[in-house]
Design a protein around this ligand. Structure first.
Ligand code: NAD
Ligand code: DAU
Length: 351
């Protein structure tokens, strides 16, 4: 019976991970600590809220006393740190909270885990801290080549630099104390429960409401898209099989320009939902400051060492995802009411 401390489990990837793990394993228990920022939503976890293997704690990963208490009250085996401020555009407007949660929150978790797991000659057997990081720490690629685990860290946004800062502290815990860690660096995820500030759910929501589809710059920036369950599968494999101290890149070679994504979403909605949704909704707007041009992951290491392969290809995954949002309009309506609308009105005024 292994006990997981999952942080940020009410967000997009964290909630998918909670579902994935409880479905896959009977003999685990899972504690989810989440601050419930604008991006956290307990509705994402409704199906498991009464599961005896699952427990929710509302709290901040920067709250040292709370985090220490979790380690005192539970024999935690694995920490999986998803909790983060995750949106690049917000980091450009409000960088401080990114450093706070993403760097200081990570150190708080590392320290509490280190104190709880330390024994005379090292650390208790079977423990591990996994930092969920991002390909954005590597910066931006030109037209060729891929990010490997050995690619130098070169972040450009306040978001990615805070994630890179956290990665370096996690690495330092291994280098200094031999503290058992792994870091995963995944490419862009898509799938159910993603907050509609991110490209794909934002496009779907705007199409359904016949709002303009804002494309930053020339629309030719490239992201490497991975279906969220394939990321969850990779994290599970790294927790259970990753070599201590190692970084694992996660990605499925699904590079697409932003304009390609936009046209795919328009095309599906035009054919299946509303023929009035056309490319006329596309609006090219001012580019994101410091906008990384291209991301592309080389997943050779995780494939060769752990046997990870993605299971959902992009064509199937994007249709599955659009259908999920179409089937969960109430979810979309609730998360896009109130603060969301105010934020976007302000944001588009600024562009
Ligand atoms: P998200 O914004 O959807 O969710 C973040 C969650 O963390 C929310 O539930 C929020 O309430 C919680 N949170 C924020 N600050 C907190 C704090 N101080 N204490 C406790 N909880 C807090 O993010 P996501 O897209 O699910 O990303 C999860 C992780 O995966 C992040 O670390 C992100 O950097 C990383 N990542 C994301 C992607 C992607 O494409 N979305 C790709 C690679 C890596
Ligand atoms: O690569 C992994 C990263 O992917 C994660 O670490 C981040 O947490 C996650 O938010 C995501 O970052 P991106 O900046 O790549 O995702 P976003 O959905 O914000 O934007 C995807 C691309 O689409 C990017 O090139 C900017 C562009 N874009 C985005 C929005 C929201 C637009 O053109 N218009 C938009 O309205």
């Amino acid at each position: 019976m292994k006990t997981y401390l999952v942080t940020g489990g009410a967000g997009f990837i964290g909630s998918n991970f909670v579902h994935y793990m409880l479905k896959k394993y009977n003999d685990i228990s899972l504690i989810n600590i989440d601050k419930l920022t604008y991006a956290g939503n307990l509705e994402n976890l409704k199906a498991v809220e009464n599961d005896p293997r699952y427990m929710f704690v509302q709290g901040d990963i920067c709250d040292k006393a709370l985090v220490e208490k979790l380690f005192k009250d539970h024999d935690i085996d694995f920490v999986v740190n998803f909790a983060a401020e995750s949106h690049v555009d917000r980091s450009i407007r409000e960088p401080e909270v990114f450093v706070n949660t993403n760097v200081l929150g990570t150190v708080t978790l590392l320290n509490a885990a280190k104190n709880a797991w330390e024994i005379k000659d090292g650390f208790k057997e079977g423990k591990k801290y996994l930092q969920v990081s991002t390909d954005e720490v590597y910066g931006s690629l030109g037209e060729t080549g891929y990010f490997r685990e050995t690619t130098p860290i070169d972040p450009h946004s306040p978001y990615s630099s805070s994630k890179a800062g956290a990665d370096l502290v996690v690495k330092a815990y291994f280098d200094t104390y031999k503290f058992p860690i792994n870091i995963t660096r995944c490419s862009n995820n898509y799938g159910p429960y993603q907050f509609p500030e991110k490209l794909i759910p934002l496009l779907i929501n705007n199409c359904l409401n016949k709002k303009l589809l804002p494309i930053y710059g020339d629309g030719l920036n490239i992201r490497d898209w991975l279906y969220v369950e394939d990321h969850c599968k990779a994290i599970d494999m790294v927790i259970n099989g990753g070599r201590f101290g190692e970084v694992y890149n996660v990605g499925g070679h699904n590079e697409r320009t932003n304009i390609h994504i936009v046209k795919t979403v328009i095309d599906y909605i035009n054919k299946n939902v509303d023929s009035a949704v056309t490319e006329n909704l596309i609006k090219y707007v001012e580019d994101r400051k410091g906008h990384d041009r291209r991301y592309g992951i080389d997943p050779t290491k995780i494939r060769e060492e752990l046997g990870w392969e993605p299971e959902t290809d992009y064509e199937a995954g994007i249709v599955k995802t659009i259908k999920w949002y179409l089937g969960n309009k109430e979810w979309m309506d609730r998360v896009t009411s109130g603060e969301y609308t105010k934020y976007y009105e302000k944001m588009y005024e600024a562009k």
